[in-house]
Write a protein that binds this ligand. Structure first.
Ligand code: AMP
Length: 373
């Protein structure tokens, strides 16, 4: 396993908040950071030693990143796959490009999760709307039709309750082939963040329970309020997937928990994940520090939760009220990502609160009114 030592340069493709938090973790150990992002003042660019301002698929910019970096990682999966593949030939990219190819396309992703032996909802694939119509009986109703490429935060998907709704899915095919999957009547959504180095050593972070509002993560509660046997099953499934994919780096595995305690894998993200931000304060190793360890060929640390905690996302519409409120709450750890414009529903930051009582802290968060719609 190649070891990258402090003082060397870590190149990051993507300059958002995930890159910023990765970069901060890397800089603590004395690494330098180079970032490729199309914007001048990106969250990661603000803390980087070297900024390359260009589109993610700009060949000359990728070449420049390769020249200045000793190791390259990425902070989001919708980067240009072909560009990444070419980069892997000339630069040290321990995560490779395969994981990005797989997770960019829900069809590949479902097939690989199934091949790993982890459970997914029944699904069909369709290149065209006609194919969807002819196969829909194999999955039945209710179901969710999702574009294979480019969907996120609930975009690019429609729920169909019956055959009469079918036409609502037609527009999705303008952008991409689709999958249709059985609607899962889940009780909870949880995520397992698994991190693995090239020697095959892996650890899962404590499992988070995720509450969404308008398809965007609102709160993560850790540990997830599910039975111990669900936690065990969830870790086993994430480990199977990570081993099957020969993961290096970080994989977030989002899952549904049914009322009988069964789990169904929803989707994968090959990078640190919003539901793991809590680990910065609440664990002995954050997802960002562990990611840096994994890609630099360092031994991994066994994660340990110091205290139960809640992470709450701060969107554009919450910033003003938060600025007034946090003076009252010294126990809230405030993270803002340095984004200039507080647009509606834009992720601007998050707070983490460690607590001995999840229920009373949830009530306290509600009582501030900051997050009420
Ligand atoms: P996704 O973009 O696949 O993460 O889906 C966004 C959200 O839609 C999920 O967090 C779920 O709340 C919901 N969802 C997605 N797929 C299903 C499903 N098969 N059954 C029920 N709810 C789903």
């Amino acid at each position: 396993m190649k070891v990258i030592y402090p003082g060397k340069v870590i190149g990051i493709i993507g300059g958002g908040q995930l890159g910023r938090m990765m970069g901060v973790a890397a800089k603590e150990a004395g690494f330098k950071i180079a970032v490729l992002d199309p914007t001048e003042d990106s969250p990661c660019g603000q803390i980087a030693d070297i900024r390359i301002v260009a589109p993610y698929n700009d060949e000359a910019a990728l070449k420049e990143l390769a020249e200045v970096s000793d190791v390259i990682t990425y902070e989001f999966e919708n980067i240009d796959y072909e560009g990444l593949k070419t980069l892997c030939e000339t630069a040290y990219v321990p995560q490779g490009s395969e994981l990005v190819r797989i997770t960019q396309n829900r069809m590949n992703e479902k097939a690989e999760i199934t091949a790993s032996g982890a459970p997914v909802a029944d699904y069909i694939t369709a290149e065209t709307f006609e194919e969807l119509k002819s196969k829909i009986d194999n999955v039945g109703f209710p179901c969710i039709v999702k574009t294979a490429f480019g969907g996120y935060d609930g975009k690019g998907q429609v729920k169909l309750d019956s055959l009469e709704d079918l036409d609502e899915a037609e527009a999705l095919f303008k952008n991409s082939p689709c999958i249709a999957e059985a609607f899962v009547p889940f009780e909870k959504e949880i995520s397992v963040i698994i991190q693995r180095n090239a020697a095959g050593e892996s650890y899962c972070l404590p499992i988070s329970e995720n509450i969404h509002k308008n398809h965007i993560l609102h709160e993560s509660i850790v540990p997830a309020r599910v039975e111990e046997n669900v936690l065990v099953k969830a870790e086993e499934a994430a480990t199977k997937i990570a081993n099957h994919l020969e993961l290096v780096g970080t994989l977030a595995v989002e899952m549904f928990v049914l009322n009988d305690g069964d789990i169904v894998i929803n989707e994968l993200a090959p990078r640190p994940h919003n539901s793991g931000h809590y680990s910065i304060e609440a664990c002995n190793i954050s997802q960002f520090h562990q990611h840096i360890r994994a890609i630099c060929g360092w031994p991994l640390r066994k994660p340990k939760l110091w205290a139960p905690c809640i992470m709450v996302n701060v969107l554009g519409e919450h910033v003003e009220a938060l600025n007034e409120a946090f003076q009252k709450y010294p126990d809230w750890s405030i993270h803002l990502y340095g984004k200039a414009e507080a647009k509606l529903q834009r992720k601007m930051g998050h707070i983490t609160i460690m607590t001995e009582s999840i229920e009373s802290t949830l009530n306290e968060i509600d009582s501030t009114g900051i997050w009420s719609d």
